[in-house]
Design a protein around this ligand. Structure first.
Ligand SMILES: NC(=O)c1ccc[n+]([C@@H]2O[C@H](COP(=O)([O-])OP(=O)(O)OC[C@H]3O[C@@H](n4cnc5c(N)ncnc54)[C@H](OP(=O)(O)O)[C@@H]3O)[C@@H](O)[C@H]2O)c1
Length: 304
């Protein structure tokens, strides 16, 4: 069988690592990124870099990993603008709304291009550790066609059904991410103010039934105050808003998500936008009258 060629749109924090794993795994990948320099280092893994997104239209499968629905619409329209060739399938991995995803499905259907909605769970470090997970929806044949590539990038892919169902799963997942992070910040501060060092508290939590891959990999940031960005407060606010929009549409009360969304907004209002969203801990410390210091402890992230 002829080897399928891959086009990759978006070499941001996530897209770069995902495309890198595909190329290292032996896939024939042509990458385009708006800021070309960011994609250039992918050539060391055997990927090629395009000057113009329309060059990717001649590829069999095109993956897309940008920021918002508006950005997805822009890049996919530019991909197909010349109309000379078109891919067999688009796999869209950004975290976007159900409505945006449905509009994309319509747009691609008109051009007879298959579409798999395939958002992900995990940050760039998780991708490097080979632990990224996909949640997919769309025609089952599209999922089967994408599967070998999804397997090169991550550790598991869950097929949840037709249409845009994977989008609501991802939105729910990220609402949980926001709420859990705020809750972890609150209890860590409470324990600290009562006299327990953060590393000792989190060591116990991580080994308890409440510990998770997520609490483990956020532990170094909470203990040593390393807030190098993995996921920005703006992107998290986008996902909380997607969750609350869906909650209004389906008439589901989400009091914890609403409160957390406003706490993320307050952080953005303070100008804390360039560091990781785990700065929710700093905001909680400020609100608790605590000045945080790094504990300078070597703590594992559970990934390596
Ligand atoms: N970071 C995480 O932990 C994480 C986890 C799961 C899902 N996600 C989701 O994954 C997506 C990407 O996140 P990220 O953290 O990788 O973001 P990022 O580092 O900010 O990267 C965004 C990428 O999108 C490109 N882009 C944005 N708007 C564009 C436009 N209008 N036209 C062309 N290219 C555009 C950027 O190009 P430039 O380089 O030119 O700016 C960059 O390649 C988001 O939907 C996010 O919610 C993120």
């Amino acid at each position: 069988m002829k080897k399928q060629t891959v086009g990759w749109i978006g070499a941001g924090r996530m897209g770069y690592e995902m495309a890198g794993r595909l190329a290292r795994g032996g896939a024939d990948v042509l990458v385009w990124n708006r800021t070309k320099e960011k994609a250039a280092p992918l050539t060391k893994y055997g990927a090629k870099v395009a000057d113009d997104v329309s060059e990717l239209a001649a590829r069999d499968i095109v993956f897309c990993m940008v920021s918002t629905w508006k950005d997805v619409k822009e890049v996919i329209s530019a991909l197909l603008a010349k109309g000379k060739s078109k891919p067999k399938m688009v796999v869209e991995c950004s975290s976007i709304s159900l409505e945006g995803s449905a509009e994309l499905r319509e747009l691609l259907k008109r051009k007879n291009i298959q579409y798999l909605a395939a958002p992900v769970s995990g940050n760039a470090k998780v991708i490097k550790a080979g632990k990224l997970t996909f949640v997919c929806s769309g025609p089952k044949e599209a999922f089967d066609l994408a599967m070998p590539f999804l397997n090169l990038i991550g550790t598991s892919s869950s097929y949840v059904g037709e249409g845009e169902l994977s989008r609501i799963v991802k939105i729910c997942h990220n609402v949980f991410l926001g709420v859990v992070t705020q809750s972890l910040a609150e209890i860590t501060l409470l324990a600290q103010k009562a006299g327990v060092p953060r590393h000792a508290f989190l060591e116990f939590m991580n080994q308890s039934v409440m510990g998770s891959t997520f609490t483990r990999y956020k532990t170094p940031a909470f203990v040593n105050l390393d807030f190098k960005v993995t996921f920005t407060p703006h992107l998290l606010r986008k996902d909380m808003d997607l969750g609350l929009d869906a909650a209004r549409k389906f008439e589901v009360p989400m009091p914890l998500a609403s409160a957390t969304r406003d706490l993320i907004q307050a952080m953005i209002g303070r100008g804390w936008t360039e560091e990781d969203f785990a700065t929710l801990l700093l905001q909680q410390a400020q609100a608790s009258g605590v000045t945080l210091k790094s504990e300078n402890r070597e703590v594992g992230d559970g990934l390596s």
